[in-house]
Design a protein around this ligand. Structure first.
Ligand code: ATP
Length: 263
């Protein structure tokens, strides 16, 4: 479903500022895997997502999605397979369009151009049904402009828009970090539900240890552009935040990100 094979990414190569953000990183996600990613500051977590989405070209190795080598595919082409929810709740939706217009665009993703944001009667029923799963009452506010929604409501909508079209890979980029604790809790729950409903393959970067443990069936820890710990499905069921911290403290020179939330 997703495979990174010996992927290297350098910034400012050949200069005194050279940074190796990803160092021959290899990772495979099988269909339905949901991998949570934690690590130190500057470990390469965001860079890994950017290399998968095609935002950054690689300096070595390859990225394979659904058996297709997409290493050289630009971001807009990979958008047919890769969906992403960003930290900023404002990033995933268009504030000047209504809820139903945003959904019309998202739900037609990958079905070619033409209808754009046109809303049909049949479409409206589909949107209402999908919005009802969020349990936020948005199904009764289809014609409201998205700019009027709260950050938590917008992030819930972004999540729905990213997951509904069942992307081959869902990237979650600290997508609850900008929300207050109760909204973060809601989005965490909705994330688990959406991934399970569509049997999605997902990769989630988080600084929230509780979330990293609660969500997903596998966990990886990154440091200096490499994966330094992999927790498989069986081990993840019983792992604790304390055990993860203990593992991290064994890595020479490593400290968990200063934004880490322990509960
Ligand atoms: N656009 C960029 N230009 C130059 N250097 C970059 C760029 N993006 C990332 N880096 C560098 O690459 C390394 C990895 O950064 P990255 O943002 O991927 O880490 P991260 O694990 O997401 O960190 P954090 O948890 O602090 O957000 C860092 O040394 C960072 O300074």
């Amino acid at each position: 479903m997703l495979s990174l094979d010996q992927v290297t990414k350098r910034f400012f190569p050949g200069t005194v500022n050279e940074r190796v953000a990803l160092d021959q990183l290899s990772l495979t996600l099988n269909e339905g895997d949901f991998v949570t990613v934690i690590g130190s500051n500057g470990a390469g977590k965001s860079t890994m997502l950017n290399v998968i989405s095609g935002r950054y070209p690689t300096d070595g190795g390859c990225v394979v999605i659904d058996g297709k080598d997409v290493t050289k595919s630009p971001e807009h082409k990979r958008a047919a397979w890769v969906a992403r929810v960003f930290q900023d709740p404002m990033a995933g939706t268009s504030p000047h369009l209504t809820i139903e217009e945003n959904l019309a665009i998202a739900f037609r993703r990958g079905q070619g151009r033409g209808l754009g944001m046109a809303v049909t009667r049949a479409g409206r029923e589909v949107y209402r049904e999908a919005l009802a799963t969020l349990e936020l009452g948005l199904e009764n506010r289809l014609q409201m402009r998205v700019g009027m929604l709260s950050g938590g409501q917008r992030q819930a909508l972004s999540l729905l828009m990213a997951t509904y079209a069942q992307p081959s890979i869902l990237l979650l980029d600290e997508h609850t970090a900008a929300l207050d604790p109760s909204r973060a809790e809601l989005i965490t729950r909705l994330t688990g539900e959406a991934v399970a409903r569509h049997n999605l393959t997902a990769l989630m970067v988080t600084h929230n240890m509780h979330q990293a443990i609660e969500l997903g069936n596998r966990l990886i820890m990154m440091h200096e552009g490499r994966i330094v710990l992999e927790v498989d499905e069986a081990a993840k069921r019983s792992i604790t935040a304390e055990a993860l911290l203990e593992e991290f403290s064994k890595i020479k020179g490593a400290s968990l990100s200063d934004r880490t939330l322990l509960d």
